[in-house]
Ligand binder design. Structure first.
Ligand code: 2DT
Ligand code: MG
Length: 218
């Protein structure tokens, strides 16, 4: 990191069982390097189920509570806003932030229920914008063979297929509106190869970013 640079904000998105959490962990240890004494990269997961809002989301995902579709959407967004200042602080300190899911999952999982795309996007406008979003693309039929889906809400092949359609729209828009980089990674490949392909894209950001952080969709 040079005197004027900040940490990079990297988001990993994709369907369930696309390998997001595995790849996020591999990436973090790679960024962290052999010198473990200084923090060079932190991993944040959305939803963050540990906060008060996160606990409400967790209960919903485990079907232990019900919410109106709009209400749960806003809780997912609020869960990002409550961590925004933490993200800013890490980046300013020169630490790379890796987020496992972000606003894009928010839009994809709610818009597939029939909520308006623009309405779904609105509450996340102004959040810290990622410098790079890695979309781990995998065919839902392939994802299902990876030990099967779990027991939570949304963990069915039908839901995953309709979520993927919205992700495709988000990807197209991100590629054309100059909102940081959106890079699709073939996540059907073997784990180590996926990790290498991810590193190729992340490596240029690993020593810090000179430009100032942008706000999402502003
Ligand atoms: P995990 O399986 O990654 O814990 O996600 N989701 C996630 C939404 O519906 N909206 C959001 O804003 C986010 C971040 C995706 C739990 C589920 O929550 C969904 C899967
Ligand atoms: Mg899950």
């Amino acid at each position: 990191m040079t005197a004027t640079s900040r940490g990079a904000f990297i988001v990993i998105e994709g369907l369930d069982r696309s390998g997001k959490s595995t790849q996020a962990a591999i990436l973090q240890s790679r960024l962290q390097g052999p010198e473990q004494s200084t923090t060079k990269a932190v991993l944040i997961k959305f939803p963050d189920r540990t906060t008060t809002i996160g606990k409400m989301i967790d209960a919903y995902l485990r079907s232990q509570s019900e919410f109106d579709d709009h209400a749960i959407h806003l809780l997912f967004s609020a869960n990002r806003w409550e961590l925004a200042s933490t993200i800013y602080a890490h980046l300013a300190a020169g630490t790379t932030v890796i987020a496992d899911r972000y606003a894009f999952s928010g839009i994809a999982f709610s818009a597939r229920k029939g909520l308006s795309y623009d309405w779904c996007r609105a509450p996340d406008i102004g959040l810290p914008a990622p410098d790079l979003t890695l979309f781990l693309n995998v065919e839902p039929g392939v994802a299902r063979t990876r030990g099967g889906y779990g027991e939570e809400r949304y963990e069915t092949e039908d839901v995953q297929r309709s979520v993927r359609v919205v992700f495709e729209r988000i990807g197209e828009e991100m590629k054309t509106d100059g909102q940081g980089q959106w890079v699709e990674i073939d996540a059907s490949r073997e784990k180590d190869l996926v990790a290498r392909n991810i590193w190729r894209v992340v490596e240029p950001l690993s020593r810090g970013v000179a430009s100032s952080l942008r706000k999402l969709w502003e």
